[in-house]
Ligand binder design. Structure first.
Ligand code: 571
Length: 315
């Protein structure tokens, strides 16, 4: 996996900060990850002026396989490389004994896809979030992705499920928060192709699932699907289609329909992200400029996000 080269080749000197385990208290379980749990916790006097710091603690079960251990370490090393307000921060690790912990900044709003789905009001299919709020979420993640692009890091799994929110209120900030190499093998978001890796087919461009080619333009394609997720308030992409349906559909030129009543300026960005020629897809700097234009455009701000009515799918 070239991302491993990214780490070992360029930054061998960067050490992970080992945190004494006795400074850490785990309070409650936040979620079950693919290879472990994530707890809310608190960190005592990490530094002078902070007595107790609320944190998220990712755990690796003590009896994990070697590969899981390597992936877990790799996730900590990768996250520690980035310093950006839209990328989750790693505060340190407890790696000297089992169970191993990765200590991350606590984001209390939960993941972006759940938040979008919860923000639908029942029945009248209106939405509790304004276009401006949705655009700001989109811009937060685009900024995080631009930082990864600048660092020549390809994420490979940009999707709403892998983003977290600082809170659910109007001051919420969205961050890219999952750099795990392992995939939730029980989630229908992933597809085991050729008995090997679990692939998020519905978020991948043709050159990735056909030829295994991954560049920052792979993340651009995935980001276009994330935009579609945001403006459908968390629908499953390609409703009613299986992963293998989608591989054939997309490889032969098929694309997601932009959400209905989605303003043209916004749909255009999605379509640009899904250009079959990777080089023609926009960089994240270009995407940010285009989204900033949307934020200035009343036609976009006054559009109402109406939920598409997909008959049979897990909407
Ligand atoms: C209505 N309520 C609102 C509150 N809510 C939550 C649900 C989950 C969380 C949560 O996991 N927060 C996290 N903070 N930091 C990290 C987290 C996860 N991390 C990870 O690294 C996880 O692997 C990860 C990464 C991306 C997305 C999900 C999980 C790092 C917080 C609130 C439950 C529903």
């Amino acid at each position: 996996n070239p991302n491993y080269d990214f780490i070992t080749a360029k930054y061998p000197e960067q050490q992970l900060r080992e945190i004494p385990r006795n400074k850490l208290t785990l309070t409650r379980l936040l979620g079950q990850g693919a290879f472990g749990e994530v707890y809310e916790g608190s960190l005592k006097n990490l530094c002078a002026n902070v007595k107790e710091l609320p944190v998220a603690v990712k755990t690796l079960p003590a009896l994990s396989m070697d590969q899981a251990e390597k992936d877990f370490l790799m996730e900590a090393v990768i996250i520690s490389k980035f310093m950006h307000k839209n990328v989750v921060k790693c505060l340190g690790v407890c790696f000297e004994e089992h169970p191993r912990y990765i200590i991350l900044e606590l984001l209390e709003g939960g993941d972006l896809r759940t938040f979008l789905r919860d923000s639908r009001t029942k029945g009248d299919h209106a939405c509790t979030l304004s276009m401006e709020e949705l655009l700001k979420l989109a811009l937060d993640i685009a900024n995080g992705c631009r930082h990864l692009e600048e660092k020549h890091f390809v994420h490979r799994d940009v999707a709403a499920r892998n983003c977290l929110l600082t809170s659910r209120g109007p001051e919420r900030i969205a961050k890219i928060a999952d750099f795990g190499m392992s995939r939730d093998i029980y989630s229908s978001d992933y597809y085991r192709k050729g008995g090997k890796a679990m692939l998020p087919i519905k978020w991948m461009p043709p050159e990735a699932f056909l030829d295994g080619v991954f560049t920052s333009k792979t993340d651009t394609w995935s980001y276009g699907v994330l935009l579609w997720e945001i403006f459908t308030l968390g629908y499953m992409p390609y409703p009613g289609q299986t992963n293998s349906d989608v591989m054939h559909f997309v490889a032969s030129g098929g694309r997601l329909d932009p959400p209905d009543k989605c303003p043209a300026r916004l749909s255009k960005i999605m379509i640009m992200c899904w250009n079959s020629v990777a080089d023609i897809r926009p960089s994240f700097s270009e995407i940010i400029e285009l989204l900033d234009m949307c934020l200035q455009d009343d036609e976009v701000l006054n559009a109402n996000v109406s939920l598409c009515h997909y008959p049979m799918s897990d909407c």
